[in-house]
Design a protein around this ligand. Structure first.
Ligand code: ADP
Ligand code: MG
Length: 222
């Protein structure tokens, strides 16, 4: 399993007490497997992705990413695991306003110290894969919402992660464009052998995923 959460409990302070955001969660995603997590607002879906992304440390339980145990790892070790093995796409596209689509991708490689030469060909390959080969010199305001989300996805894949975590990528898009994004994620999951977790409200696109899990009050069920 590329991503494995075992018996994960996450609590947040809630006034004088604690609330349980993740309640003994089990999740295992294999390479090339596209898993969707659905559930009501406030049920813990984004918290699940934050734990899987190593951004939030659970109260207990184990998180394994690409064969490495995250729980107990130092902040530096977690940052390294995240950079090398995890691609993250959040709901709002946090693209840099002044950069072209191509440069949004190249900046990722710069930050992680990858060679510029390899990065340029990887960036072109990804822009082609997400259907933006003729948009690579456009800045975010010259792209549609769906195109910006495609840049986001391509950027998340620059460093060849094994795990891809995507939080409600279609919420700002109409149904057709949303379905195209989910279809693209399905393609990339197969092509790159990713362990992908997609949080979504869009039940109509679930036919494109391999596994559907439901989150209810912090409990994850099949
Ligand atoms: P979802 O993504 O399914 O809407 P979240 O994971 O965002 O759910 O939230 C799950 C629960 O945890 C909610 O009750 C939310 O209010 C609470 N929560 C989320 N993040 C925090 C936080 N940083 N501090 C305190 N409570 C939080
Ligand atoms: Mg959420």
């Amino acid at each position: 399993m590329t991503l494995k959460l075992s018996d994960v409990v996450l609590t947040y302070p809630d006034g004088d007490s604690m609330m349980t955001a993740l309640d003994h969660v089990e999740l295992a995603v294999a390479p090339g497997e596209f898993t969707a997590v659905v559930g009501p607002s406030g049920s813990g879906k984004s918290s699940l992705l934050a734990v899987a992304a190593t951004l939030v440390t659970p109260a207990s339980g184990s998180v394994m990413v690409a064969g490495q145990e995250v729980s107990g790892a130092s902040r530096e070790a977690r940052t390294r695991i995240r950079r090398e093995h995890i691609g993250i796409v959040f709901q709002q596209s946090n693209l840099l306003a002044s950069l072209t689509a191509l440069d949004q991708l190249l900046v990722m490689a710069d930050l992680s110290g990858h060679s510029t030469k390899g990065a340029a060909s990887r960036a072109r390959e990804l822009l082609l894969a997400v259907g933006l080969e003729d948009r690579q010199n456009r800045r975010p305001h010259q792209l549609s919402g769906g195109e910006r989300q495609r840049v986001n996805i391509a950027r998340a894949l620059m460093n060849r992660p094994e795990v891809l975590l995507v939080d409600e990528p279609t919420s700002a898009l109409d149904h057709q464009r949303g379905a195209q994004i989910v279809s693209l994620l399905a393609d990339l999951t197969r092509r790159e052998g990713l362990a992908t977790v997609l949080v979504t409200h869009d039940l109509a696109t679930l036919s494109m995923v391999d596994t559907v899990l439901r989150m209810t009050d912090g409990r994850l069920t099949g």
